[in-house]
Design a protein around this ligand. Sequence first.
Ligand SMILES: [Zn+2]
Length: 269
Amino acid sequence: MILAALLIAGAVWFSLRYAWWRPAVDPRFPRILMYHMITEARPGARFNGLRVAPQMFERQLRWLSEQGWQSFTVSELVQQAGALPAKAFAITFDDGYADNLHRALPLLRKYGCKATLYLVVDRVGRDWSAERKAHHDQGELGREPKLSDAQVQELLDSGCIELGSHSLTHANFERLDAASVRRELAESKRELEQRFGRPVISFAYPFGLYRPAQIALVQQAGYRSAVTTREGIDNPALWKPLELRRVKISGKDNWLAFLLRMRSGRRGC
Ligand SMILES: [Zn+2]
């Protein structure tokens, strides 16, 4: 009796945690994967979900390549939306952490993968976590080494990285008036294009937060696509290019969770 109860409890826990019952999303619908850092977890740190271990990242890239998934930048996906092969995916890195160069780039090269880097203009030494919730600011993200402009240039010179904007200051758009949002959108685009001499036509909403009225401002600033932090996989025929959902790749996920996220776009409840 006790054993049966334990088995049922275990099955319920497993189902809630992994949501294995969610239907597989059509492989013709591209997966846009969201990463932040490629580095080992830090014991006791708050943001370990943002840290995917290099070994795990490599295992994911190897699996994608072995399974026939083809790598695109976000702008390539959007531009080619009507003519994409099945099993198309894009890798995205938010914020601009130094490990994107040191740890991620060698693996991207090894597996012939591209990525879109959503860079915050004012990022070095900054910690924006309190912009979302005041108690989140313990300096953890501020201490995390960010990419210098020279390192960003090195990433871009590799030929496999698209540069996107993640705003000037990683501001919380839900708290900004229209003029400030316009400034975050337009000045970050201009600043990044001037510094790095590349077109910046894709945007990532800081914290994934925005108000519906701000979507038009993203377009007016000259962006062709924008990614959110809402989890999921969309049919490219129905895409809203300024509100793209992503598949969150968490440093807290094990291998099974990664496979299920690739399959259904989400994990758990
Ligand atoms: Zn961010």
